[in-house]
Design a protein around this ligand. Structure first.
Ligand code: NAD
Length: 375
């Protein structure tokens, strides 16, 4: 079975779905792994390391895709590339199936089995394949580092003979995987951290990291069976915004990570709230790729408001630590492949009744098979 990995750096994202370590594991399983030379160069994985792991290099992208039984990529493919794949091949990537109907149709039409990395169930059994978590964790870390680099203040308290520097105040909105890592990072750097999430279960986790949980009474918020937040009503959002005005005004850094799975992110930080913040404060919008939590945030840019507040709208912050983001992401891909590998047939076995597969397989056998996307 041939596995092909193209070297793609779409939108400046240099993460890769295959590292030398995972290549060695796939070769050991019995896969014939082909990749484009220079695949991991930008994330500091050398060609020689891939070759030592048993990867065969090819510069023929079109025939690489055409011959492959399995294609790995980080970002969504183009419809053209889908059309170049052979029927029955398997494609693993993030591709935002909730908003990419055209790609789903193209996969079905090409007879390609499309696996959506964002749809892998967040269950204990699938934990090793949970690419949303592995990437969100690094994004949360990077958000604090990026904010600290722009903040013209120190984060920790420092007592010096020349006077005392007070700790910076960090407010994290949304304490899921990314938010909890942002809290932990800001705490390690010595900041005073507060956080809020609509899921009440999070309070204990926030406290255990040494941060203060901000209490806002929004009435019934709840969560889905899968553990995700429910969308709030407009009245609840307004109450949340009103309660956060003062906390934002006192914060040096606000990090927003609030998302509602499969839907547009809620707008939580308004222009009015930004106007109340001190000049020099920094806001990081980690939900920018799903619509943004912060009014005025622009994807891919730092926006400085007229009051001197910097809003960081850089998408894919985990890409700033691409070496480690790739390490864990590639491990997620390898775990998926290993789980579905049939040792006797030396091929992938896509077993429809499998609980993990039911969650993440969107197209198969020329049709859309995932119930959420069936027309
Ligand atoms: P996410 O990226 O969908 O959302 C980020 C956070 O934003 C969530 O904590 C959510 O509650 C919060 N949020 C949504 N609306 C908000 C609002 N208006 N104000 C403040 N916060 C708001 O979530 P995620 O980080 O991917 O995690 C989702 C869930 O999955 C969590 O419960 C997490 O514990 C769970 N999870 C389970 C596993 C596992 O069991 N293997 C692995 C990873 C995550």
């Amino acid at each position: 079975m041939i596995c092909y990995v193209a070297a793609e750096h779409a939108h400046g994202d240099v993460r890769v779905p295959l590292t030398p370590a995972t290549a060695a594991a796939l070769v050991k399983l019995g896969l014939d792994v082909h990749a484009h030379p220079g695949l991991g160069r930008a994330s500091h994985y050398a060609d020689e390391e891939y070759q030592a792991a048993g990867v065969a290099f090819t510069t023929e992208h079109v025939s690489g895709l055409h011959r492959a039984d399995l294609v790995l990529r980080v970002r969504p493919p183009s419809a053209t590339d889908i059309g170049r794949m052979k029927r029955g091949a398997v494609h693993l990537s993030f591709f935002d199936p909730f908003h990419e109907r055209g790609l789903i149709m193209a996969f079905a039409h090409a007879g390609v089995s499309a696996v959506s990395m964002e749809m892998i169930p967040r269950t204990t059994l699938a934990q090793k394949m949970d690419a949303l978590s592995s990437q969100a964790s690094l994004a949360g870390y990077a958000a604090v580092i990026q904010a600290a680099a722009r903040l013209r203040r120190a984060l920790p308290m420092m007592m010096t003979p020349a006077g005392t520097i007070l700790p910076a105040r960090v407010f994290v909105i949304g304490a899921g995987v990314a938010g909890l890592q942002a809290i932990a990072t800001a705490k390690r750097l010595g900041a005073r951290v507060e956080a809020f999430d609509t899921r009440p279960a999070v309070e204990e986790q926030v406290r255990s990291l040494g941060a203060k949980f901000v209490k806002i009474d929004l009435g019934e918020t709840g969560q889905t069976a899968g553990g995700y937040a429910q969308a709030l009503t407009p009245e609840q959002i307004a109450r949340q915004q009103a309660a956060m005005v003062k906390i934002c005004a006192q914060a040096d850094v606000v990090i927003t990570t609030a998302k509602v799975f499969g839907r547009k992110a809620p707008r939580l930080v308004t222009a009015e709230m930004l106007a109340g913040m001190r000049a020099g404060s920094v806001v990081v919008d980690l939900a920018i790729e799903s619509g943004g939590n912060v009014e005025g945030a622009v994807a891919g840019e730092d926006v400085v408001t007229s009051r001197g507040v910097t809003i960081i709208g850089q998408p894919c912050l985990e890409g700033t630590v691409a070496h480690h983001a790739s390490q864990v992401l590639a491990a997620n891909y390898a775990a998926w492949i290993t789980h579905f590998w049939d040792t006797s047939k030396r091929a992938l076995r896509l077993d429809p009744p499998d609980e993990i597969l039911r969650g993440c397989l969107i197209t198969h056998g020329g049709a859309i098979v995932h119930p959420q996307f069936v027309p």
